[in-house]
Design a protein around this ligand. Structure first.
Ligand code: 6PG
Length: 247
């Protein structure tokens, strides 16, 4: 099993509270270091608890006015669609903290053609990060039961994309149209947190932390990251990992 910073918690609530504390710490440190902080959000259900903890417990100890908010992936649906990652983050976090509107960069799903939306978002990112790859201060990710992360699915050509920062992909489940940051765009971050909760993720997490990176489990490819990846799991998701560190 790959040596990984794995933190196991009794339940999803304890995981969310602990991860939120650490996210707030990263944002404070980044702001002190270079005047602002950049965070790429994950979608799906798991991070909602973390976002709510950030809104409830870290509204006042985090410099939200200097935090820039991006997305690691998005479903290609309108922003008011209940499947939108933007809508989920707005409802659970962004409407409850004093982040500045001009510092929130949703993926432009209003464009009909996903390829154009991906290229537009890449232009947005390149306007904010003057480097070969974006260097987010923190990237939040989840993993699916099939081992996908962001919207990088098993067998996707996007897994080997080595030039573009953002691409359109097709998910095996609805909504199939997706936009996603590519692996190099994700893994040049300063910190990466992968949030994994629930028994349905136990096999995917075991595979993600397996002996070697495997494109059949895209989350396992995150080990190529420049920065350390912290895996935040509840006991159910960690059920197949044997005796590992726990909090
Ligand atoms: C998305 C996410 C995706 C998510 C996993 C896990 O758009 O759905 O970005 O990568 O992290 O699918 O989703 P859950 O947290 O809902 O299990």
């Amino acid at each position: 099993m790959i040596a990984a910073d794995l933190r196991v918690f009794a339940d999803a609530g304890a995981l969310a509270a602990a991860a939120a504390r650490e996210v707030a710490h990263v944002l404070v440190a980044a702001t002190r270091e270079h005047g602002s902080a950049s965070m790429a959000l994950s979608g799906g259900r798991t991070p909602r608890d973390l976002y709510q903890c950030l809104a409830l417990d870290h509204r006042h100890d985090t410099p939200w006015g200097r935090v820039h908010v991006y997305w690691g992936d998005e479903r290609n649906v309108p922003h008011d669609d209940d499947r939108s990652n933007y809508r989920m983050a707005r409802e659970s976090l962004l409407d409850h903290v004093p982040v500045r509107a001009e510092h929130v960069y949703p993926m432009p799903t209003v464009l009909g053609e996903p390829g154009r939306a991906a290229a537009a978002y890449e232009r947005t990112l390149r306007s904010q990060f003057d480097a070969e790859w974006p260097r987010f201060d923190i990237v939040l990710l989840g993993i699916g039961d099939d081992g996908h992360t962001a919207s990088l699915f098993p067998g996707s050509a996007a897994l080997t994309e080595a030039r573009r920062w953002v691409v359109a992909t097709t998910a095996p489940v609805e909504p199939r149209g997706r936009l996603t940051l590519t692996l190099p765009a994700l893994t040049h971050a300063t910190a990466m947190f992968v949030l994994v909760a629930g028994r349905s993720k136990a096999d995917a997490l075991r595979r993600a932390l397996g002996d070697r990176p495997d494109p059949r489990c895209p989350a396992s490819l995150l080990h190529a990251a420049r920065a350390p990846v912290v895996w935040w799991a509840d006991a159910e998701a960690a059920a197949h990992l044997g005796s590992r560190s726990s909090r």
